[in-house]
Design a protein around this ligand. Structure first.
Ligand code: LLP
Length: 404
């Protein structure tokens, strides 16, 4: 727990956060600018411009102010809809630094991607490839494509966030990728430039990456032997986040990048990475206030003003919530921490032993900067919460609360 406590200092510290909560509506997301930057630079330092690119997966967090900070550091982005691509363009990320993944890109999205000249569209199926071929021919425009390999590797993560197995809808097998790569070679409008994989999210071991890298390099060798050009290998994102200090997290990124760069050494290939959670996760907290204590004959419920619409990972994946108490109580009790949404799954923690929370007390949910706000909704016609940035001196509102 100490490690997490230290983390609060990156958000202004306990006292400032309490003062913030007295002056602003809760729930509210707060991001630490310095953590976003640290995390990004830990990746970036391993990849100079000619060694590859860090394409931040902005589905994890697409706040424009955070994107502008990353763009200023030279970040590329990984997007999964044209709206994400447009937001990145608006925030100063050039088209040549954008990769576009996803199994279900619409025709209009592909048209825009072709017009914008992206770094690559990640092709996920033969049908998508053929649509792109037709669009390029109609438009008489060239496009850069990379092909998403499904290596059928178990990333040992929650099944709901695994993407690199045949069971999952993503990517194509080795033979399909090889076939489409060759077909690109025959098409004057298609420039095949890379191979892509993404194994899943919340991955804590290097082994799945090693297995996928092996497969990808075998495929790349085969393609090159047939005179195809492979500029880059995109190894996706996936580095996990748990209750850990900033230093431990940065260390995990460094070790991952070192391994990837070492294994690709001498292969004459650029490396792209697409981190999402490991850039934003520990850079965001959600402040919430205790609305009521409710004692039943069975248990104690502590009801807070944040709900599953504000932070849905516990409801969706049984993700644990790391809590920090900002009140004055000293005693502990066993309780359920729940939100106001009309669903029993609107539960952040069940039967935990935690500090006795009184009405009005403030809690911080830690490590919620990734897939927190970006997955929030207006369910029950609740507002989407405001977002603030702590820049080391002050809290700046970077997204007003949105009323339903
Ligand atoms: N690249 C691609 C193609 C992806 O699909 C994803 C995430 C990433 C990169 C970034 O992965 P990360 O570094 O963030 O693990 N909502 C879930 C996570 C879904 C991830 C989807 N794809 C959660 O809250 O755990």
């Amino acid at each position: 727990m100490e490690k997490i406590k230290d983390l609060l200092s990156f958000f202004g510290g306990k006292e400032k956060l309490k003062e913030f909560a007295r002056q602003h509506e809760t729930p509210a997301y707060i991001y630490a600018k310095s953590i976003v930057e640290h995390n990004f630079l830990a990746y970036q330092k391993h990849l100079s411009e000619n060694q590859g690119r860090v394409c931040v997966a902005i589905k994890a967090n697409s706040n424009p102010e955070l994107l502008k900070i990353l763009a200023a550091h030279g970040a590329g982005v990984d997007v999964v809809s044209w709206a994400e691509a447009q937001r990145a363009l608006d925030c100063g990320v050039p088209g040549q630094k954008i990769v576009f993944s996803g199994v279900g890109k619409r025709r209009s999205e592909l048209e825009r991607a072709i017009d914008a000249g992206l770094a690559a569209i990640n092709v996920e199926s033969q049908a998508e490839f053929e649509l792109i071929q037709n669009l390029c021919k109609e438009k008489q425009k060239r496009v850069r494509l990379s092909f998403r390999l499904n290596p059928n590797v178990d990333a040992n993560t929650h099944p709901k966030i695994s993407t690199g197995m045949f069971e999952n809808k993503f990517g194509m097998d080795h033979l399909q990728v090889e076939d489409l790569y060759k077909r690109s070679h025959q098409d004057p409008w298609i420039q095949a430039v890379g191979i892509h994989f993404h194994l899943g999210s919340q991955i804590f071991t290097q082994d799945p990456y090693d297995q996928a890298l092996d497969q990808a390099f075998t495929l790349i060798d085969q393609l090159r032997k047939q005179s195809m050009i492979v500029e880059f290998l995109n190894v996706g994102g996936g580095i996990g986040l748990r209750e850990q200090s900033i230093e431990e997290h940065i260390h995990a990124i460094e070790m991952h990048m070192k391994k990837i760069v070492d294994e690709s050494h001498g292969k004459n290939i650029k490396i792209f990475v697409e981190p999402g959670r490991s850039i934003f996760g520990n850079a965001g907290i959600l402040l919430t206030q205790v609305l009521y204590r409710k004692q039943t004959s069975h248990k104690t419920f502590v009801i807070v003003d944040a709900g599953m619409n504000d932070y849905m990972r516990p409801a969706l994946y049984e993700a644990p919530v790391h809590l920090e108490y900002l009140g004055e109580s000293k005693n502990h009790e066993t309780m359920d921490l729940v939100g106001p949404v009309c669903e029993s799954t609107d539960t952040f923690a069940k039967n935990i032993t935690f500090t006795v929370c009184m009405q009005g007390d403030i809690l911080a949910m830690m490590h919620v900067g990734a897939y927190g706000y970006s997955m929030s909704s207006h369910y029950n016609l609740r507002s989407r919460p405001a977002e603030f940035l702590w820049d080391g001196a002050q809290y700046r509102c970077i997204q007003e609360e949105i009323l339903a």
